[in-house]
Design a protein around this ligand. Structure first.
Ligand code: GLA
Length: 393
């Protein structure tokens, strides 16, 4: 059954009638530019075919209540729109006042209201085929689908960037994950055959054709199935280290530090902070170099940049895990042109840029390496850049 049918069925079983519409938003893969977004730097993600679908209807009984159901949970969660402001923002470090899955769509409704936009009570039924906890932005996909639906049903008229900001507020302040805006922008503005070159300071976005298939290549996702969460632990610590580094350098964010500044940075800060800073500064440069290489020569030219990015995340930013390193190393050993972990790290997925006709061979090699290392079997699938959030019906 399609994800849309699942969402429609869930809606019908909750309400006894058909939804007013169906909206969906994709997960994403980040080609390069990791942890640069909250440092006001550069990223290059693309939307993937996996999507979250929201079947949504205005409530006939309109008592100003929002009810959300998801295939992730047995029971719907229902809240008065007027009470969302009592639930959110979630205090830093605390768990949301509602089950976490419900904090995404309810957080979107709250952020909309906080921006002065509201409307009738709604029922929202959510289904998704974006793997959860895999670093493929299943959460931004929920936010993007919910924000798109409410934007239409509440006649808000917000553009995609504004909806991405709404999604990010839900993530940061309702769910409590201190993330940047990359995932929400990717899910809103992703497009077929294109990566999104995003300046996270201005939010100016350019489409960069990937032309992977034309070059005889494919992008293989290697989901290690090691689950991660960004509301706790390492992600927040990395963010704090970056803020510390920027403060020591006397700049508003690490976007303002260049590769030429690194020798001075090394003198001013402790080794760990310096290595965190060096990752961000060099990663920003790698994004720029990747965009230039794609434009000048096409995707075969970006392999070394992907590999250098992974090494920087493993050694300087220290957000890789053995499963991700094994994924990258085994893919490269089997002939991948480039490979790196993607997303926030501490688990999740790696990507490998491979010859399309080597998909089976690389997949087998990765599987064999995981078995030899005693790791759980990874999930392997290829992705192509796909459409961003939209109304489906
Ligand atoms: C997660 C966050 C993003 C970004 C990446 C790392 O996906 O949601 O904002 O920081 O990690 O690049």
């Amino acid at each position: 059954m399609s994800t849309e049918s699942t969402a429609r069925d869930l809606f019908a079983s909750m309400t006894g009638h058909e939804p007013d519409g169906v909206w969906s938003a994709p997960g994403r893969v980040n080609l390069i530019g990791e942890h640069t977004d909250y440092n006001e730097g550069f990223v290059l993600p693309f939307a993937i075919p996996h999507r979250t679908v929201a079947a949504v209807g205005v409530r006939g009984d309109d008592r100003g209540r929002v009810r959300v159901a998801s295939t992730f949970a047995a029971e719907p969660v229902e809240v008065a729109l007027g009470e969302l402001g009592d639930l959110f923002p979630t205090p830093t470090g605390a768990a949301p006042a509602v089950p976490e899955w419900a904090a995404y769509p309810l957080g979107v409704a709250w952020a909309m209201q906080d921006a002065g936009i509201t409307g009738a009570g709604v029922d929202i039924a959510i289904a998704s085929d974006v793997p959860v906890g895999a670093g493929l932005s299943s959460s931004a996909a929920i936010e993007g689908a919910a924000a798109s639906a409410l934007n239409d049903l509440w006649s808000a008229g917000l553009d995609k960037t504004a909806l991405a900001r709404i999604g990010r507020r839900a993530e940061n302040e309702a769910v409590g994950a201190p993330t940047g805006i990359m995932d929400q922008m990717a899910t809103m503005i992703g497009g077929v055959d294109t990566a999104i070159f995003l300046d996270c300071r201005s939010l100016e976005a350019q489409q960069v054709p990937l032309a992977v298939a034309e070059a005889g290549l494919a992008i293989l996702v290697i989901d290690t199935r090691v689950k991660h969460a960004h509301s706790t632990g390492g992600y927040r610590e990395r963010r704090e280290a970056c803020e510390r580094g920027a403060q020591i350098m006397g700049v508003p964010s690490l976007r303002d530090v260049s590769v030429d500044d690194l020798p001075r940075a090394a003198e001013l800060m402790d080794d760990v902070t310096f290595r965190r800073v060096r990752h961000i500064v060099t990663e920003n440069q790698r994004v720029l170099d990747t965009v230039a290489a794609l434009r000048a020569e096409g995707p075969r030219a970006i392999g070394d940049l992907l590999v250098a990015s992974h090494a920087s995340m493993r050694d300087d930013f220290e957000i890789s895990v053995p499963e991700l390193d094994t994924a990258v190393e085994s893919a490269l050993a089997a002939g991948a042109i480039g490979a790196r972990m993607t997303g926030g790290g501490f688990g999740g997925a790696a990507i490998a840029l491979i010859d399309a006709d080597a998909t089976d061979a690389v997949s087998s090699a990765v599987n064999a390496a995981f078995t030899a290392a005693g790791f759980a079997e990874p999930a392997l699938f290829t992705v192509t850049p796909s459409a961003g959030a939209h109304r489906d019906a």
